[in-house]
Every structure is written in C-alpha cells, then in structure tokens.
Write a protein that binds this ligand. Structure first.
Ligand code: ZN
Length: 245
C-alpha cells in the first residue's frame, strides 16, 4: 500500500520518519544539481538530503529532549518539507514548559548554523578542491539551519514562535485568546506570502512562486488547525467542569 511516510531511525525510543514530500525534494535537488554537477548530481543530492534530514531531525530532537525532561511522551518525529513535526502524546500546559519546549528547536538550529558557518570559514580554500567542496557543503548546511531557526522563530502558528508567543500571552490573556492571536498572525502572514507567491508565479513567470503558495497554504491550515484544536479542548474542559457532580 502507498505510505505517506517511511521510518529512517529510532533515537531515545522515538521513531523518526520521513514524509514522502522529502523524497520528492531529494529528486528536485538532484535535478537542480544536474545542470552543473553532472554525474555527481545524484551523490551530491543524497549527501545534501542526508544533511538536510539530519538538520531537521536534530531540530525536532531539541523539542523532544525538553518534552521528555518535562515528562511528556513523544510518539514520533516526522520530517516534512517545511521542517518536522514531533508528535507528543501530551503537551505541557504550563506556559513556562511550553516556552522552553518551543524555543529548544530553533536554538538547536541556530547553534548548528553557527557551527557550520564556523567550519566553513575555517576550512575554506581556493586552491584545495576537497576543502573548497567541503566548505560549500558547510555553507549550505549553515544556511539551511539558519533558515530553519529563523523561520520557526516567526511569532505565529504553526511555527515554534507561535508557541513561544502563546506561552508569553497565556498568563495575561488565557490559553484560548493567546492561541487565537498567534494563529491570526499566522493566517495574515500566510495570505500575504500566498499573494506574493501568486504574483511571482503569474506575473513574473517565476516557478518558485508556486512553492511559496504551497508554504502559504501549509501555514494557513496549520494556524487554523491549532486554533480549532485548542478551541475544542477548552470547550471540552468547560463542558466537563459544568457536569453536575
Ligand atoms: Zn520546531
């Protein structure tokens, strides 16, 4: 049967799977590389893919590490196009715990970016071909992790920054209102980004525009789902509180 994700490894008892979209991305990278890397396109794409998968997995393991420390159970990690998802059996409801868990992923990514850029400058050489290529790979990894860290720090759902913002707003506004605000910011940003992508695709005939539209749709539905989920939870709690003893 057609599966949407495939298991790659298990770390700390957490199964790590890759969504089918990641394999499509690998083929796309190989295709892009083939214009200048020739026969090296496939091994280069595999190496880049491996580094990309690892970067995302480490980001998610950052969240998972804090989650496990807080006594939450992590069901699994799925690597997907715009990063990964660590599915938790329960999420910490204390804002302080949610804050720490949410910020851990971007902190891992930004640390990896710092290390990769450091190595890139340390080994770069114009005369040594091997060091030149290795520096190129570290630069790509540094950039990917910087992007992963910064993108996820955007203070809106479904990014990690949305959780950070909710954790900061919850003590004052309550969890539902805080989620509403962080989800609303996500939806507005998604609409703007989607319009930008459509503009690029149709008016500037830029193929990449369609990826921006896909990201916008992903962000919009992620923000919408998060709010609906919390709304249902709050309603559930409210109904339970209301039950006659
Ligand atoms: Zn994250």
């Amino acid at each position: 049967m057609f599966k949407s994700s495939y298991k790659l490894a298990t770390i700390w008892g957490i199964p790590i799977r890759a969504n089918i979209s990641m394999f499509i991305l690998l083929i796309f990278i190989a295709w892009e590389l083939s214009s200048f890397a020739g026969a090296w396109a496939v091994p280069f794409a595999l190496l880049l893919g491996f580094l990309l998968f690892s970067s995302i997995a480490l980001h998610e393991l950052g969240h998972s590490f804090v989650a496990l420390k807080k006594g939450c159970k992590v069901k699994g990690i799925t690597l997907a196009l715009i990063g990964g998802v660590a599915s938790m059996e329960s999420v910490p409801d204390k804002p302080k715990d949610e804050f720490q868990m949410a910020i851990a992923g971007p902190l891992v990514s930004l640390s990896l970016a710092g290390i990769a850029y450091g190595l890139r400058f340390a080994i770069y050489s114009e005369t040594n071909e091997f060091r030149y290529m290795a520096a190129y790979f570290f630069e790509v990894i540094g950039f990917l992790n910087l992007l992963l860290g910064c993108f996820n720090l955007i203070p809106a759902f479904p990014m990690d920054g949305g959780r950070v913002l909710r954790a900061l707003l919850t003590p004052k506004k309550g969890r539902l209102k805080a989620t509403y605000i962080a989800a609303r910011i996500g939806k507005v940003l998604a609409i703007l980004f989607g319009i930008y992508g459509l503009h690029e695709f149709f008016l500037e005939k830029e193929t990449y525009g369609i990826f921006k539209v896909a990201i916008a749709l992903f962000v919009y539905s992620g923000a919408d789902n998060e709010y609906k989920l919390v709304y249902m939870q709050e309603m559930g709690d409210w109904l339970q509180d209301d039950e006659p003893q």
